[in-house]
Design a protein around this ligand. Structure first.
Ligand code: HAM
Length: 430
């Protein structure tokens, strides 16, 4: 049997990179005072229909939905922001003082067409800051995710042209990440933009690809996201949301940008950046990576000030967050190596076998990783230690036990030294 299409096994040594990325993320979240939230893998379907939006591709055609035995419609979560907001409302998390900051790491499910970087079960590392409309929070959330990317070893590919008074992005490099920023306005200004967009689309839609022809009636914003090369010139003639922002949204967006500049974070404003979920308001962003190919968005996020109300809350809960596609982040970081075992312990007789058990426990207790051989043949044991990439082999024969010294072999240099028990840990950890 094989893993289901679009799902995969994360095997060693790749799993070591996943662990390192997750440990780094947790550390960065801690320093920004975010706390972990674990929501269920499945929820009532209505949560995503109302939160993410009926007309989105996610809800329209990508969800794994089934009817439970009692007739309730349930869905494997395609994303976690709606779930976090549901938990926030359900548990009155608005009572927490200050801005409420949560993070999550876990699998999401979307029935998309599988390809490199796109899976039906994929993992996200996400964070949500709820309880403030301030543009400073937007800048801090972006600062945090940029810090996270840097800490896992990625760097920005975006260069500024310093000769210009307002720094402008020069063509981003192929290596490294690239932050794209936009504002999608609010309920006051977006309808005017939508009206203008639809009006213009009515004239150009027949010249666009079939998907865009459909989207121009079902979800006109998504036309802006079209990647078909032949459509680009026509799409560039569509109105820009930035020309329609109301005073408040305009000011908000300006402050976000100022604060990013102050933090030395480079970005490109791209008015055509629309996201595939309906809850966004004002700031939206994505980070792409040059090494990724067609599915090049490492992460996406934005502000969702009306989401709580859409889910039935009477209390407003403006928020902003992002989700990193962990599968894609790991691809950008590149292949990793499982840290090799420190000591390969080779006991050669019955007494040594007993002794090895106690010694292994002592070494492990001091944080040294130990693999115990069950092969009594010294040559074969050393071959295995070599293939495993063990740092040291420790050969335990009756003579060694009687003498109270151990012969420890450095597998890289081949050097063998006799050591007393109390010297062992220091030597290995050196
Ligand atoms: P999203 O753009 O739908 O946003 O997903 C975020 C990231 O998840 C994408 O940029 C991508 O890296 C990864 N991703 C999405 N679908 C797949 C897939 N099929 N296979 C592999 N990776 C995938 C959200 O999910 C929002 N909840 C983000 C957010 C949080 N907005 C505010 N807070």
């Amino acid at each position: 049997m094989k893993a289901v299409k679009g799902t995969r096994d994360i095997l060693p040594p790749a799993s070591a990179v996943w662990n390192r990325v997750e440990a780094t993320a947790r550390e960065v979240f801690r320093t920004f005072n975010y706390h972990e939230i674990r929501t269920p893998i499945f929820e009532e379907t209505a949560l995503f229909a109302r939160g993410v939006g009926e007309d989105t591709d996610i809800v329209g055609k990508e969800m794994y939905t089934w009817e439970d035995r009692d007739g309730t419609s349930l869905t494997l979560r395609p994303e976690a922001t709606a779930s976090v907001m549901r938990a926030y409302i359900e548990h009155r998390l608005d009572q927490i003082p200050g801005i409420k900051k949560f993070y999550y790491i876990g699998p999401m499910f979307r029935r998309e067409r599988p390809q490199k970087g796109r899976y039906r079960q994929f993992f996200q590392i996400g964070a949500e800051a709820i309880g403030s409309e301030s543009a400073i929070v937007d800048a801090e959330v972006i600062e945090m995710v940029v810090e996270l990317l840097k800490r896992v070893g990625l760097h920005s590919a975006t260069e500024y042209d310093a000769s210009l008074p307002v720094p402008a992005v020069v063509e981003p490099g192929k290596e490294g990440f690239h932050l794209i920023l936009n504002s999608v306005g609010c309920s006051a200004c977006r309808p005017k933009f939508m009206a203008a967009l639809k009006e213009k689309l009515a004239t150009i839609a027949p010249t666009l690809c079939v998907d865009c022809q459909r989207r121009s009636t079902t979800n006109p914003l998504r036309v802006l996201d079209c990647k078909v090369p032949d459509d680009q010139a026509a799409i560039d003639t569509l109105p820009s949301i930035l020309d329609y922002l109301c005073e408040d949204c305009h000011a908000h967006f300006r402050v976000v940008q100022e604060h990013l500049h102050q933090r030395g974070i480079r970005f490109e404003v791209r008015p055509r950046l629309v996201r595939g979920l309906d809850y966004y308001m004002r700031t939206t962003f994505e980070i792409t990576h040059g090494a990724l190919g067609a599915q090049n968005a490492v992460l996406g996020g934005g502000r969702y000030d009306g989401l709580a109300e859409a889910l039935g809350s009477k209390v407003a809960a403006p928020g902003i967050g992002f989700s990193i596609g962990e599968d894609r982040l790991v691809m950008s970081v590149g292949e990793g190596q499982e840290p090799s075992v420190d000591v390969f312990l080779a006991p050669l007789g019955d007494a040594a076998e007993v002794h090895a058990g106690a010694l292994a426990a002592e070494l492990r207790g001091a944080g040294v990783s130990v693999e115990r051989s069950v092969d009594r043949k010294l040559k074969r044991a050393l071959e295995t230690a070599n293939k495993m990439g063990a740092r040291f082999a420790l050969i335990l024969g009756d003579n060694e036990i009687a003498a109270g010294t151990y012969l420890i072999k450095d597998m890289a240099s081949g050097e063998q030294v006799p050591l007393r028990r109390e010297e062992l840990i220091g030597h290995i950890q050196k």
